[in-house]
Design a protein around this ligand. Structure first.
Ligand code: 4AD
Ligand code: MG
Length: 477
């Protein structure tokens, strides 16, 4: 008999049918009630065993973490707390789990820090089960959104020879023997002997190749892993993260911003519609975490309220110059409570972004037209020649969730911007071909997938929303 997933059993009104259930024991009470979870949903199914007619050897090995298979009849439950239960007529332990050594065998609920150290097992807990089911739904919704709009899913390379952001934060890829590096006469490394015959790195962004796609297919998106060797040990940065990068021919900055808003609203609405139980559980978790904080640091809104606010209201749109004005007039600035200074020309720090979103506007904010010096070479120069057609979207509790721009489509302007910013013009000739041959106005953005999952789940550390986080000095599992 094929196994039935617990989700199917719990989310149906059917009764009095035979089935087989397989999963992992969460708890065993009174030598009679086993809570079994199979990962298909948050809730466990109660399996009722007749201990008088069950082998003692089996009963002795029903411990938290053990895997079991049970066959029986689904009946309406007499007890409180569940609608149905499985009355078992046969029960088998598939894999024992020694309670003295099982890392999740804890009396108190394990802390997130403890679970991070046991990331290979943490998906078995309620909280991580919920997070990764929500993460899956978000990924599915991303593809659904763009597919419905007729965008082409384009796979851009993971190994590349270019630095798409021009920021030099790349992991090198090489098969050279590091103990015996071939050198040229001048002493520099001879990459002609390397695997690709040149120096290569892991991609920081698929944007440049995405632009090639958009200027042929019209509208494309990428959804893949990206890598940054930036040494930032924060709750918002990973060395390996997933990014969604749409790129659209014939879009200007305003249309780009409109698409980004619609996109975020769509994927959040999708999880509200499809992951109710998981989100309610995460909402509770966040409420408990908030209770530990002093009153003045607590969030005004619950997770579900925050998600509904994002889907129901349009985002605020301001220019960088307006943002600076608001910050200069703000209480924390005047009371010198910001750690970093505010002045036109310097980048907004996380504390500034959070003030704008959480205190001032109380909703997501799209900041546009940043000074050209603090943004990448490919952004379109505005007529003032001081700012570029950039946009960052700032989300409550997260800060920057999206970075994008209208692209510089004018060959001469782009070339001189590249020279100004020390981006190798010769090596990027393939990229400049789009501007040489049939260039068009175009735009795009990148959304950091883990930052979206952080927002949707109300978690506060980015290490908790990717199954196996990679951060400075840490690449376990
Ligand atoms: O702002 P970024 O660096 O923009 C780009 O890479 C552009 N090429 C995107 C484009 O226009 N196609 O990164 C985009 C987003 C950020 O807003 C943030 O959400 C996320 O990627 N991000 C990170 N997420 C986790 N860890 C990191 N180290 C991240 N760096 C950026
Ligand atoms: Mg950015």
């Amino acid at each position: 008999m094929q196994r039935t997933k617990i989700k199917e059993i719990l989310y149906s009104d059917k009764l009095d049918y035979e089935c087989v259930v397989k999963g992992w024991v969460r708890s065993f009470r009174n030598n009679q009630f086993i809570a079994v979870n199979d990962g298909s949903c948050l809730d466990s199914l109660q399996i009722v065993v007749d201990s008088n007619n069950t082998d003692k050897d089996i009963l002795d090995h029903i411990t938290a973490g053990a895997s079991v298979s049970a066959r029986g009849i689904i009946k309406a439950s007499l007890g409180k707390g569940q609608k149905v239960e499985l009355i078992a007529d046969s029960l088998e332990v598939l894999g024992r789990c020694d309670p003295d050594h099982y890392p999740l065998q804890l009396k108190n609920r394990p802390s997130l820090e403890y679970l991070r150290e046991h990331a290979h097992l943490r998906m078995r807990t309620h909280v991580f089960g919920a997070i990764f089911r929500v993460r899956h739904s978000l990924a599915f919704a991303v593809h659904e959104f763009f597919h419905k709009k007729g965008f082409v899913y384009l796979n851009t390379p993971i190994i590349t020879a270019s630095d798409a952001e021009g920021a030099g934060e790349m992991f090198q890829v090489t098969t050279l023997d590091l103990n015996n590096v071939p050198r040229k006469e001048d002493g520099s490394v001879d990459y002609s002997e390397d695997f690709f015959g040149r120096s290569t790195n892991l991609t920081v962004s698929g944007q440049l190749e995405g632009e090639l796609g958009a200027l042929a297919l019209g509208e494309i998106y990428t959804f893949g892993p990206t890598f940054r060797a930036e040494n930032s040990n924060t709750t918002r940065h990973l060395a390996e993260f997933w990014m969604i990068e749409p790129e659209m021919a014939f879009y200007d900055l305003a249309e780009n911003a409109q698409l980004a808003q619609e996109f975020i609203q769509y994927v959040i609405q999708y999880v509200l519609d499809h992951n109710r139980a998981d989100l309610e559980f995460l909402d509770q978790r966040l409420a408990e975490e908030e209770k530990q904080k002093p009153q003045n640091e607590r969030s005004e809104f619950s997770l579900l309220e925050k998600l509904r606010m994002v889907t129901a209201n349009s985002f605020e749109k301001i220019t960088y110059t307006e943002a600076i004005d608001i910050l200069l007039k703000s209480k924390p600035y005047q009371k010198k409570q910001f750690k970093y200074d505010v002045s036109w020309g310097t980048d907004l720090q996380s504390e500034h972004e959070r003030y704008l979103v959480e205190k001032h506007f109380k909703k997501p904010v799209i900041v546009t037209d940043y000074p050209k010096e603090i943004k990448s070479f490919y952004m379109r120069l505005n007529d003032d020649e001081k700012t570029v057609a950039a946009m960052d979207i700032l989300a409550p509790g997260i800060g920057e969730i999206v970075g994008g721009s209208q692209r510089e489509e004018r060959l001469d302007v782009l070339e001189s911007r590249m020279q100004e910013m020390n981006v190798p013009v010769e090596e990027m000739s393939w990229f400049l071909d789009t501007r040489r041959f049939g260039t068009v106005p175009h735009a795009g953005f990148g959304l950091g997938f883990e930052r979206l999952v952080l927002f949707a789940t109300g978690m506060t550390n980015i290490r908790d929303v990717i199954p196996f986080p990679r951060t400075p000095k840490s690449a376990n599992f």
